[in-house]
Design a protein around this ligand. Structure first.
Ligand code: FES
Length: 214
């Protein structure tokens, strides 16, 4: 399974990667509390996903990028271990790479994850909130081991219904992402790819889709 970033074009997905929709579910207060399964998309062995945000056939590419899309990749290719800040809590740590934030808001649902790590009684909650983070910005570390959710190898198209926004592509379960120049980004269990075309950290989402007009 592989995702290839095409120059100023879409993501080329090969290897029969399942494609589905995942919606952010919120409580009455508007806090993100659960992921809700959406539809599944029928796909072929190879398919192309929109990266410029202009396709009329989202999440698939319809060629709209040919009317002018600068898809230059601006993300560095450093490892998460090298870029994440580590916060020390009570018997656990929290790794945080803010630049990856996709603003899915699970990290604040039942209180700030950064605060929850300071109380051992909140450990399960802190782990759950960090594991619900689609972009892999947050990771709880316990006894020197990163705690990761078990995720199938697939791509989920994120729909942020509480905010009325189309979210990023959530690449789950560790799928290789190859840059236009052939280098491969660090393979991680959770990452989010920009599909609005506006990220300043391409190919990754940096929450620009939350801006009006995206
Ligand atoms: S989809 Fe999040 S910045 Fe483009």
């Amino acid at each position: 399974m592989r995702i290839k970033v095409l120059k100023d074009g879409p993501y080329e997905v090969t290897g029969n990667v399942p494609l589905r929709e995942m919606k952010i579910g919120a409580n009455e207060a508007g806090e993100s509390t659960r992921w809700v399964d959406g539809k599944t998309f029928k796909t072929e062995e190879t398919y192309h996903l929109c990266r410029c945000g202009k396709s009329k056939n989202k999440p698939f590419c319809d060629g709209s990028h040919t009317h002018g899309f600068d898809g230059t990749e601006t993300a560095d290719n450093m490892s998460y271990d090298d870029t994440a800040v580590v916060y020390c809590g009570d018997g656990m740590e929290l790794m945080d790479d803010e630049g990856l934030c996709a603003v899915a808001r699970f990290c604040d649902a039942a209180g700030s994850t950064w605060r929850l790590i300071n109380g051992a009684e909140n450990e399960a909650l802190a782990i759950r909130q960090a594991c619900d983070c689609p972009s892999g910005r947050l990771t709880v570390v316990k006894d020197g081991k990163k705690i990761e959710p078990k995720l199938p190898r697939e791509i989920a198209v994120v729909e942020d219904e509480p905010e009325g926004k189309h979210g990023p592509l959530w690449v789950r379960g560790g799928i290789e992402i190859e840059a236009e120049d052939g280098t491969v980004y660090e393979v991680r269990n959770r990452v989010t790819l920009c599909r609005c075309g506006g990220s300043g950290n391409k190919p990754f989402c940096d929450a620009m889709h939350m801006e009006d007009g995206k």
